[in-house]
Design a protein around this ligand. Structure first.
Ligand code: ADP
Ligand code: MG
Length: 313
């Protein structure tokens, strides 16, 4: 393609909200064989909602939710936002199923009710950890609990499995080294997700899902969206390894993701595509930014590249 053709294609992309960082990225997209999709916030809306919160100790429900929300308040993860919203809702309305109006509360009330937190750390791919009232709180998946030496009683495990079988994510909470409760979080698929997966297959492109979430939830979501090849319980660094494993035979691999945890994979991919609503780090690591947050633009991007480069060869 001539420099002019590349410039025109970049312009066409931009008009459609597909930002392309350079002619090389534009050229590579035509040859994509695999598109690896992150799950949370990419295939799903990332607008997770807490469906249930179960306290397994004598702790007061309101206190439990405030503890969890305080721990999650500094996290950028979609799951964290859902939990903070739910607790905020509970705190101000006492009715988690009430309509959305509470979101209009001023900023102060959005954080003034939270407990003070120290020693916060986000553990990408597992959860968060910090100190509240001088005691350690952990919020995240099984792996986080196990690695932190928290015992998961059988009845808690059973509850988590039930959530996962219904495509939800179970978030476990340990306070002062005891398993205190579990939240169930549902995150619906983006409306266009299944159509895009079908469309890619028609174009001869193989869709794959990679996620840090557990196998049971991952399989349930993949089934809904129509993806056969799933890689679950993958840590952020592991996502880049998944990309490299698909590249081994020389295949051109695209990665679509939104999170901090996706940035190594976005960088490792031949074509990294970040969701525009995603984190800055993901956007920086990517070659493409999908500003409309619509997965159809994965197809738009590949199409644009194919059209720009096919005639000339
Ligand atoms: P995905 O790859 O689907 O975007 P992540 O790698 O971000 O998922 O997270 C993997 C898992 O780690 C989540 O499903 C969740 O169980 C846990 N996790 C990550 N961040 C958090 C958080 N801030 N709060 C609770 N759990 C978390
Ligand atoms: Mg994500």
């Amino acid at each position: 393609a001539t420099p002019t053709a590349i410039m025109v294609a970049t312009g066409v992309g931009a008009t459609n909200g597909v930002l392309i960082k350079g002619g090389d990225a534009l050229e590579r997209a035509q040859k994509v064989k695999y598109v690896i999709f992150d799950k949370t916030g990419t295939l799903t809306q990332g607008k997770a909602t807490v469906t249930t919160a179960k306290v397994f100790t004598g702790m007061d429900r309101g206190e439990f939710l405030t503890l969890v929300a305080s721990a999650e308040a500094s996290s950028e993860h979609p799951l964290a936002k859902a939990i903070v919203d739910y607790a905020h809702h509970f705190h101000f309305f006492d009715d988690p199923s009430a309509p959305d109006g509470y979101q209009d509360h001023n900023k102060e009330s959005k954080s003034g009710w939270l407990f003070n937190v120290s020693d916060f750390s986000a553990l990408p791919g597992s959860g968060v950890q910090c100190l509240i009232h001088g005691k350690r709180i952990l919020v995240g998946n099984r792996k986080l609990m196990i690695e932190s030496g928290i015992i998961i009683p059988n009845h808690v495990e059973k509850f988590v499995v039930e959530l996962e079988e219904s495509a939800q994510t179970g978030i476990l909470v340990a306070y002062d080294d005891n398993l205190a409760g579990v939240l169930g979080v549902a995150d619906s698929l983006k409306r266009e997700a299944a159509v895009v997966i079908e469309g890619l297959e028609k174009m001869g492109v193989i869709p794959v899902m990679v996620t840090g979430d557990n196998w049971r939830t991952a399989r349930a979501v993949a089934k809904e969206v129509g993806i056969q090849d799933v890689r679950a319980e993958v840590m952020p660094a592991g996502k880049a390894d998944v990309i490299r494993s698909f590249q081994k035979d020389g295949s051109v691999v695209a990665m679509v993701g939104d999170g901090i945890n996706d940035s190594p994979a976005l960088a490792a991919a031949d074509v990294g595509m970040a969701i525009g609503a995603g984190t800055d780090i993901a956007i920086e690591a990517a070659d493409y930014v999908l500003m409309r947050n619509n997965l159809e633009d994965v197809i738009t991007a590949i199409d644009l590249s194919r059209k720009t480069f096919s005639r000339i060869r």
